[in-house]
Write a protein that binds this ligand. Structure first.
Ligand code: BG6
Length: 528
């Protein structure tokens, strides 16, 4: 069947099953620190169960949980089963050998027990001396655990026959200095090539598709620069509040929680130069170069080019919600930002002079992440301005989530006698184009890549450091008087000043149109 035939059969609604996406992993023992916690329960265990049921895990795979919660092996296995209600027979079979260690993260007994379980796994389960240590704990013990692994003989250099890797969750540090300190601790135990820093945005298919769009096609490259692009916008909006993570969020805020990591990663992939190959380091080299080109603001610029907000009570999707300061574990006079808009600039030949606007926030009208490349207007408008009032600047919109896809917006003639021009959208939808194909979830993909040793989607130490270099001045500037925090009602697009920030460069935010009642919070149709 030719490609065009296959496309037309999809159009008629026929489902096409694509080949399984993930290759088989080697034998290994996965050690999850923080195994009783929220991340392990909600993300890691379900992802592992799907990998097992797809036949990705080797027969010589096992898991050892480590945490402070006092559980026996049996209690841990019950927890695993409860966390993975959809697990099939293959997953059930593999969980029977899971082990659990109760202990403090720096106590010799914890590591002595762990070591004996690992030796036993090599002997009995056939894990072949391969290890992955996954740090899913609270961030302030990352360095401690990495060091303890080395001290107690659990961290060994990779050899031709065996690997030993460390997977680390975000946040990696809370500013440049703490990230450097953490790197120093981690690197005493593990070589950088053994360290896999996770940013779950890199596991999203649509984030990876930015690479495919840009570098598998020749049509976009000629216009992907300052000559044609007027501004770039990245929106990472969430309708949820801080849920039960108020305690953590109070120590983070939107800049640390989303901008330093997810936004910088999406930005780097969107604006970087083409790598010379898909080799992990070649891709990461280009991301680092782009991050290095992002201008680091002076304290005054940081205040001038940022808007911080905090949500107050409001309504989302017809439901009344409380303000941030009323959330569990949040101080009643908290100064933490739950919204942030920034204007960045990239000092290189491709992007000089193009404003890069990014914003993120909790309790915004919907959960939507998208990248917008807004193009310059036609140099001379042939048509009567009065009949082209509904013509907005052309734009390419990369919809990361939900409704994953890409839209190209441009002007078209409205049928009728007059030359009335209006913006319309040409839409590519992942769900329609690849109906029947099961994309691996973000955590499945990243766990798999760590198992097979592909570091492309993981964050290298110099990337993390550079991202902190960019955001640190904001943290410093906001701690001074003048680093104001502006309230916004839950269910709105943030403080009005965020609109003004963009208007100052002659632009406006492109807000996704949301029909909350009809679509239950999903984004529909054209932006306003
Ligand atoms: C996490 C943040 O990294 O990303 C959360 O800590 C946020 O605060 C989440 O809710 C958003 O991820 P996603 O995949 O839902 O966009």
């Amino acid at each position: 069947m030719s490609d065009s035939e296959s496309t037309s059969s999809e159009a008629k609604g026929k489902k096409r099953t694509l080949a399984p996406v993930l290759s088989k992993a080697p034998p290994l023992a996965l050690v999850v620190f923080g195994a009783s916690g929220d991340l392990a329960t909600r993300k890691i265990l379900p992802a592992l169960s799907r990998l097992a049921d797809q036949g990705v895990l080797d027969d010589g795979f096992t898991l050892i949980g480590v945490a402070r919660t006092e559980w026996t092996d049996e209690e841990f296995r019950t927890h695993v089963t409860e966390a993975t209600p959809d697990g099939g027979p293959r997953w059930e079979a593999v969980t029977e050998r899971f082990k659990y260690v109760t202990g403090e993260y720096d106590h010799p007994d914890t590591f002595a027990q762990l070591k004996s379980h690992l030796d036993e796994a090599d002997r009995i389960d056939g894990t072949g001396g391969n290890r992955i240590y996954y740090l899913a704990t609270i961030p302030n013990v990352f360095g401690l655990v990495a060091n303890a692994l080395a001290t107690h003989g659990c961290a060994q250099p990779a050899t031709e026959d065996n690997f030993c890797r460390l997977v680390v969750e975000k946040p990696y540090g809370r500013d440049l200095q703490s990230a450097l300190d953490l790197d120093k601790q981690v690197h005493t135990a593990f070589d950088e090539s053994q360290v896999f820093r996770i940013d779950h945005y890199m596991g999203k298919e649509t984030v990876q598709n930015v690479l495919a769009l840009r570098f598998a096609n020749a049509i976009f490259e000629p216009i992907w620069n300052r000559r044609y692009v007027e501004q770039v916008q990245i929106t990472v909006a969430e309708s949820l509040g801080v849920e039960h993570r108020g305690g953590f969020y109070e120590t983070a805020g939107a800049l640390r929680d989303i901008v330093q990591n997810h936004v910088m990663q999406v930005l780097a992939l969107t604006l970087m130069e083409s790598p010379t190959s898909t080799d992990a380091d070649r891709v990461r080299d280009e991301k680092v170069k782009l991050l290095q080109a992002i201008a680091i603001p002076t304290p005054d610029e940081a205040v001038d080019r940022s808007v911080r907000g905090q949500y107050t009570a409001g309504t989302i999707g017809g439901e009344d919600v409380i303000g941030y300061r009323q959330e569990e574990d949040v101080s009643p006079d908290s100064q933490t930002e739950t919204f942030l808009a920034l204007r960045l600039s990239v000092n290189n030949w491709r992007w000089e002079g193009v404003p890069i606007h990014v914003r993120t926030g909790k309790r915004l009208p919907a959960r939507v992440t998208e990248v917008v490349l807004q193009f310059r207007r036609a140099p001379f408008l042939l048509f009567d301005q009065r009949t082209s009032r509904e013509l907005r600047p052309d734009a390419l919109i990369l919809r990361i989530q939900p409704d994953e896809g890409i839209s190209l917006e441009f002007g078209a003639k409205v049928p009728g006698e007059k030359f009335h021009i209006r913006s319309v959208a040409m839409d590519f939808s992942y769900a329609e184009a690849f109906a029947g194909a099961e994309a691996a979830g973000g955590y499945e993909r990243l766990l798999h890549d760590a198992m097979v040793g592909d570091a492309t989607l993981f964050i290298r130490s110099d990337e993390v450091q550079q991202a902190w270099r960019i955001v640190d001045p904001y943290l410093q500037a906001w701690s001074e008087p003048g680093g104001a925090l502006h309230p916004y009602a839950a269910g709105t697009w943030g403080p009005h000043l965020a609109e003004i920030l963009v208007e100052r460069s002659g632009n406006a935010w492109r807000n996704p149109e949301i029909d909350l009642e009809l679509a239950g919070g999903r984004v529909t149709g054209l932006p306003q």
